[in-house]
Design a protein around this ligand. Sequence first.
Ligand code: ADP
Ligand code: MG
Length: 321
Amino acid sequence: MDLPTYAIEAKALVKTYPATKAVPAKQALKGVDLKVARGSIFGLLGPNGAGKSTFINILAGLVKKTSGEVKLWGVDIDQHPRTARAAIGVVPQEIAADVFFTPRESLEVQGGLYGVPRGERRTDQLLAALGLTDKADAYVRQLSGGMKRRLMVAKAMVHSPPILILDEPTAGVDVELRRQLWEYVRELNQLGVTIVLTTHYLEEAEALCDTIAIVNRGEVVACEPTRTLLGRLDTRAVVVTPQEPLAHAPSLVGFEGRLRPDGRLAVSFKSGAGGEVEAVLAAVRAAGVGIKDLSTEEPDLEDVFLALTYGDPNAADPTRD
Ligand code: ADP
Ligand code: MG
C-alpha cells in the first residue's frame, strides 16, 4: 500500500459516556475532525476534561466511539480493526505496570502479544533506547515511576508501529525525565515515526510539536502549525470595565472588541512597538464608553482559548470539569 498522506484521520467523532446512577451522560467528544499528517509530531493540547484521553482511547480500542469514523495509517478501525490498530503504539495516561515481570520479560511478552517473531524482537535495542538496560532484569515493582513510564513507551514500540501515541507522557514527571522523553520522541520522529501526544502544558507542545490542535470541551477549537498558533499568543487584551453596562460590544476604529459574559469589554491587540494600549483606550473612549477600570492580560493559553471559543456560552464557565 502507498504511504498514507495522513497517519490519523478522524471524522465527526462523537463519544457520549452513558449516564450512571452517580453521573449524568457526558458528551466527551462533540464531532471531532482531525487529520494528523504522516511524519508529524502532533500535539493535542487542552485542559483537563477536554476529551484528549477519550480521543486516544478510541484510537487504542479502549473506548467505543458513539459515532464517526477513524482511519489509522489509512485503514478504517471499524472495517479492519486489527490492521488499523497494528499501526499504532499507545502509551496510556495511567501507568499500569505488570509487577511480576522484569522489563525484559515484559517486552518479550508484549512482542508475543503482537505476534512479533522471536528473531525479530528488538528487546535489547528498546531497553537501551529508553535507558533501561541496567534494569532489564529487575522486577518492575522495583523501578521508579520514571522508569516505569519509559518501559511503557518501550512496550508501545515492540511491534515497530509507524505511529506512537503518548497520553500525557510527562504529567507528574521530573524535568530530567521530561527531557529524556522529548529526546527519544524526537529521535523516533527522525526515524519516520509519526508522534501524537496529549498534554495540558503549552510549553511542552511548543517545544516538541510541529502542529498543535487545541481541544476544549470535546471540540477542536484550533488546529494549526505551532508557529502560527504561537503567533496568536502575541495577542494581548485590554479588558475594560465600562462605567455603564453595555448591551453589545461597540464598534471600535482599528480594533475588535468583545463583550465578555461578565460585562467587561475585551479588546485584543498585537503587542509590538508599544503604545498599543493607549491606542486601544483612545478607540474605546472615542466609541463613547466610559472606563471604570481596566487591566491588560498576559498572553497565556487561557487567552487563546477565550479568543477561540468566544461566543460559546459554555466556554466562559470557569468551573471546568
Ligand atoms: P482529558 O483527557 O482531556 O482530561 P477525558 O477524555 O479524560 O479528558 O474526559 C473528557 C470528559 O469525559 C470529562 O468530562 C470526563 O469526566 C468524562 N469521562 C471520561 N471518561 C469517562 C468515563 N469512563 N465515564 C464517564 N465519563 C467519562
Ligand atoms: Mg487525559
